[in-house]
Design a protein around this ligand. Structure first.
Ligand SMILES: Cc1cc2nc3c(=O)[nH]c(=O)nc-3n(C[C@H](O)[C@H](O)[C@H](O)COP(=O)(O)OP(=O)(O)OC[C@H]3O[C@@H](n4cnc5c(N)ncnc54)[C@H](O)[C@@H]3O)c2cc1C
Length: 352
């Protein structure tokens, strides 16, 4: 098996290269992703044992349901009940007692998922890559291109293999413009890490959960290894040119993050920015992934359309893709290449 990548796996341009990614089962009414996350969580833990390195930190996740707009959280609870996912609905009086780091203005209730947390994303990529090599996988640094028929080429020649899996993250939108153009929008999302008050451990992952702040359109992760508290203000995503744009977080994103800290975490209001990351996401209209054979090339399997929620599913997605690629099963209708439309909040898997 040969892995081809333009750069070294784990490089800074990839979506997977930030320190961490949230793992939480909350997917609204969608049972399939909810089940996948529950299984993926165990697989990440097994992988930690196998590779003898920390890859997953179970700090829990707190979803903040906005006053008057809590459909997604409301439809999640019956799904959790049905699938046996542990959670607690925490009312507005109890929230500040349990989670004193937050200011809960405009929050109707919190959905606390204790068996959630963060996957140490960059480390997971580099460690699994090493494992791939140890198990005999070959790595080739190279840039795959496509011709006018969207045949994948390496060094100007068609890639010849029984199966070619094209999982090029957001670059898929450039490689398969005809086929995926209408399905993929590539957006930029800036992430900012803030310091925490001297001597105050309450923002560390053993005391604070990951959070999804639906009303504000933000999400974030507590501090581990002194990395600081991370926040992304998701509603302010813009377009990005993947090959020509500097990966530098702009001042307006920093200003928005500061505004957010002051609003939601008053004790972080005067802290400083200690790290940052300019990231990108390929969004599909319905936020379902793409796992399907190219309509004109029966050995080319396209995998992507992460829509900002794919990393945590990694171990499950890998198995699923292998099954589709080896034709042990077909792909699910939701993953097929074809026209898609956005979903109402009551059906959305991602809450977007
Ligand atoms: C800001 C942000 C926050 C997110 N938060 C979460 C979260 O909390 N939880 C979660 O589960 N997910 C989250 N995601 C989504 C998650 O990060 C992505 O789903 C995941 O990283 C996508 O992985 P990938 O391998 O498809 O893409 P990438 O990590 O981008 O990797 C694509 C690879 O393909 C290579 N490549 C591209 N083009 C070519 C070419 N032509 N030839 C050769 N190689 C090529 C690249 O070099 C790269 O190594 C988030 C994403 C972002 C950006």
């Amino acid at each position: 098996m040969t892995l081809v990548d333009r750069w070294e796996p784990g490089h800074s341009r990839a979506s997977s290269s930030d320190y961490n990614r949230i793992l939480r089962a909350i997917h609204g009414s969608d049972e399939m992703y909810t089940r996948w996350v529950r299984e993926a969580r165990l697989r990440w833990m097994e992988l930690e044992q196998e590779l003898n390195t920390e890859l997953y930190i179970e700090c829990g996740a707190l979803i903040l349901a906005e006053e008057g707009h809590s459909t997604w959280e409301e439809v999640t609870m019956p799904t959790f009940d049905k699938l046996g996912v542990p959670y607690v609905r925490v009312g507005p009086d109890e929230l500040p007692v349990r989670f004193p780091q937050f200011d809960f203005r405009k929050v109707a209730f919190g959905l606390w998922e204790p068996e959630a947390g963060m996957v140490l994303a960059h480390r997971a990529v580099t460690e699994t890559f090493k494992q791939f090599l140890r198990e005999g996988g070959q790595f080739r640094r190279g840039r795959v291109t496509t011709d006018e028929t969207e045949t994948p080429l390496l060094d100007g020649k068609p890639l010849s293999a029984d199966l070619v899996v094209m999982s090029c993250g957001s670059w898929l939108a450039y490689l398969f413009r005809q086929t995926l153009g209408p399905m993929l929008k590539v957006i930029r999302q800036d992430i900012v890490y803030t310091s925490t008050p001297d001597g105050d451990r309450s923002f560390d992952a053993d005391q604070m959960p990951c959070f999804v702040d639906h009303g504000y359109g933000a999400y974030g992760v507590p501090s581990v290894y002194g990395w600081g508290v991370k926040a992304a203000i998701a509603w302010h995503a813009t377009d990005i040119d993947l090959d020509d744009e500097d990966r530098v977080v702009d001042q307006s994103a920093i200003a928005r993050s500061r505004q957010y800290w002051a609003y939601r975490f008053p004790r972080l209001a005067n802290e400083i920015v200690i790290d940052q990351k300019a990231c990108h996401i390929s969004m599909t209209p319905d936020t379902h992934f793409i796992i399907d054979f190219h309509p004109r090339h029966s050995n080319v399997l396209i995998v992507g359309g992460c829509s900002g929620h794919l990393f945590k599913h990694g171990p499950m997605l890998g198995d699923y893709v292998a099954g589709v690629g080896l034709q042990e099963w077909g792909t699910a209708p939701r993953f097929k290449i074809g026209p898609r439309t956005s979903m109402p909040m009551s059906e959305s898997p991602s809450g977007r």
